[in-house]
Design a protein around this ligand. Structure first.
Ligand SMILES: Cc1cc2nc3c(=O)[nH]c(=O)nc-3n(C[C@H](O)[C@H](O)[C@H](O)COP(=O)(O)O)c2cc1C
Ligand code: SF4
Length: 430
């Protein structure tokens, strides 16, 4: 694996330039030059460049971005749409809001280039409902981009192009499920945020039945850099099969929680000890969830040598998800952690399909019973069985997101769960 020296790495998504959210500062640092370059080449060439870059989606599934764009039909009279996913509701994920706040024009520039590449004349930036402050920041940046002619009617004057795209900021209403791409489209259409059955996939049948591409905020923010410097340049950053910069949000029992921009492939232990200042009180690590609450947790003794990229984390038995690293020290009560996580998925289940609706509720009842001191050892196998019956049997991946933490927390921390039940429950041996 080729990993760029972490100490030499210069952040490109969050470069820390003062006032970069202001359009004149962004322009002064080369902003909107990538858009000019993009408009001078064909949409097909842009897609090829993004394919060459190796960029993979930062919204959780690591799907190759150029390939996704190539699914958009060229020979259609229907309008095409781009949805930029900034719902960011996964516990442990708080990286997209840094882009809204500190580099909104990078996102706008990426949105315009992507729209041109896929042939969309309308794009939506969908922002989590609770992010009112960041919605206002994005709306201000967007108004400035319109005024300067990088978006909308004035594009022909500023950029000398026939291409025109309108961008709308759309605010969610506080439901985690609306981050799921098909649910997000229903939400934009003004419908209840229920996920749709796939296929058909959004590139065939998306917003209002028209071809649609959905990408995460961080994914889209990489695009101007790829166009400006080339796919081959981008490909050299970080891990070979999952290249580029990664916004890693570190939370939990660390001394310096925050968002760190590092090349993919950085050691998870370096993220925790070198960048996030180590564990509070120099305690030992009991558990790390590397990619937001739905990703399988790793035991403290499983993280040595693990790197923050799709392949390395898969080999370790987890996944990169949204790169939201949650660190838990040796004093953490894993029964409480799993109960809290399961409650989140139970509350956020849209209720559309039975295994997810009933399974999350049932698992929560069992966990709460254990916490009340009424658990039985066989409850642990029951919980794993509930999780196994949810996974893969639902309309959307929220079911899997609920099942993975249950199965992996119980299997990886089984001793602690058994000890908890033996110590607290009169029914332990029943
Ligand atoms: C329950 C659920 C919630 C999701 N929430 C988000 C989210 O907040 N932001 C996001 O980008 N992707 C989220 N996703 C993934 C999206 O469905 C989609 O895969 C992603 O936006 C695609 O972008 P990418 O290819 O750039 O990663 C969620 C998926 C599920 C199943
Ligand atoms: S898996 Fe859960 S959230 Fe997804 S559609 Fe089914 S009930 Fe709704």
């Amino acid at each position: 694996m080729m990993v760029q020296t972490m100490d030499n790495y210069q952040p490109i998504l969050l470069p820390g330039i003062p006032d970069l959210h202001k359009i004149n500062v962004y322009e002064k640092h080369g902003g909107y030059q990538a858009l000019r370059k993009a408009l001078a080449i064909t949409p097909e060439d842009i897609i090829e460049e993004v394919k060459r870059s190796g960029l993979r989606g930062r919204g959780g599934a690591c799907f190759p971005t150029g390939l996704k764009w190539s699914f958009m039909p060229r020979d259609t009279d229907k309008p095409k749409y781009l949805c930029v996913n900034g719902d960011e509701s996964e516990p442990g994920s708080f990286k997209d809001r840094q882009i809204f706040e500190f580099n909104p024009h990078l996102l706008i520039e990426g949105t315009v280039i992507t729209s041109y590449a896929i042939g969309a004349r309308v794009a939506y930036i969908y922002i989590r409902g609770e992010y009112e402050h960041w919605v206002r920041l994005m709306e201000k940046a967007l108004a400035d981009a319109y005024e300067s002619g990088y978006v909308g009617e004035k594009m022909s004057g500023t950029l000398g192009t026939d291409f025109k795209v309108d961008i709308y900021v759309h605010r969610g209403a506080g439901a985690y499920i609306c981050g799921e791409e098909s649910s997000l489209m229903n939400s934009i259409e003004g419908k209840r945020g229920y996920p749709r059955v796939k296929p058909p996939f959004p590139a065939q049948n998306g917003l209002w039945g028209c071809p649609t591409t959905i990408n995460n905020v961080e994914t889209i923010s990489n695009v101007p850099h790829i166009i400006r410097n080339g796919g081959d340049w981008y490909n050299q950053i970080g891990a070979e099969k999952h290249p580029g910069p990664l916004l890693i949000g570190v939370s939990g029992h660390v001394n310096k929680p925050g968002v760190y921009e590092l090349p993919t492939g950085v050691l998870l232990t370096d993220v925790i000890y070198k960048y996030a200042g180590g564990v509070r009180g120099d305690k030992k690590i009991k558990c790390v969830i590397p990619g937001g609450s739905s990703m399988p947790p790793l035991r403290g003794d499983q993280i040595e040598g693990v790197r923050m990229d799709a392949e390395s984390l898969r080999e370790a038995g987890s996944a990169v998800g949204t790169a939201g690293v949650i660190v838990m020290d040796e004093d953490t009560d894993m029964v409480r952690v799993l109960t809290r996580i399961t409650k989140f998925y139970k509350v956020e289940s849209c209720g559309q399909c039975t295994p997810c609706r009933e399974g999350t509720g049932w698992a929560l009842k069992v966990l709460e019973r254990i916490r009340r001191g009424e658990g039985r050892i066989e409850d642990l196998d029951l919980l794993v069985s509930i999780a196994n019956n949810i996974e893969g049997n639902t309309v959307c991946a929220l079911g899997d997101a609920a099942a993975w933490p249950i199965r992996h927390t119980i299997t990886r921390f089984r001793d602690e769960f058994e000890e908890y039940i033996r110590k607290t429950s009169k029914l332990a041996a029943a």
